[in-house]
Write a protein that binds this ligand. Structure first.
Ligand code: MG
Ligand code: ZN
Length: 197
């Protein structure tokens, strides 16, 4: 009786996703759950990643907290509502991370600093080197690039304008219209890594 080694199935990569302008429509200093509106392609893209077994981790700068515009409790209400909207679309989020600081606090977690990625690695066991980051700002992707994630810029939110900036060269691996196409790029890469099997 011969034993052939089992085919190696690559572990689905963790996908980090920015929130405002990437999942939900960008609203300056969004402060009320009623302002949440899923962007076209967002639910479909996240669902496809979920179905492929990719853990999803939301990573969001929330400076309005540090600016005193609303409390962390309010942020949790907003996140709970967004989570509910996503669950209704068949999307489950593995982790939610946010930076509550204002820019002048010079913290280690406000993107483009990598603090939230490091926390997710430590708490969830994320393998950062094989992870992906999707966002609508270059600061999202500069953060992802620092920890070795592959980086996808979406054209929603600030993405179209950000795509014209010269810093794009330093951090954008792919530029796509919405989360739907971002998921397509990631799943294609996963399939390629798994061979033709
Ligand atoms: Mg954003
Ligand atoms: Zn911070």
């Amino acid at each position: 009786m011969t034993h052939s080694p089992p085919p190696t199935v690559p572990t689905p990569p963790t996908v980090f996703v920015d929130r405002d302008g990437t999942i939900n429509r960008e609203v300056h200093h969004l402060s009320d759950p009623a302002q949440l509106e899923l962007l076209p392609g967002a639910a479909a893209g996240l669902r496809a990643l979920c179905e492929a077994g990719c853990p999803l981790v939301v990573i969001s700068n929330q400076s309005p907290i540090g600016r005193g515009l609303f409390t962390e409790e309010r942020l949790l209400e907003i996140q709970a509502r967004l989570n509910e909207m996503l669950l209704a679309e068949g999307v489950s989020i593995t982790g939610w991370y946010w930076c509550p600081h204002a820019p002048w606090e010079a913290c280690a977690c406000r993107k483009p600093a990598p603090g939230m990625f490091i926390k997710a690695r430590d708490e969830l066991g994320v393998i950062l080197e094989s992870s992906w980051m999707i966002g609508d700002r270059l600061t999202d992707l500069l953060a992802g690039r620092q920890v070795g994630a592959k980086c996808v810029l979406v054209a929603t939110g600030y993405g179209e304008a950000e795509s014209a900036l010269p810093e794009r060269e330093a951090c954008v691996d792919y530029f796509v219209p919405t989360l739907r196409e971002a998921a397509g790029v990631i799943l294609e890469s996963v399939r390629a890594a798994g061979g033709s099997g």
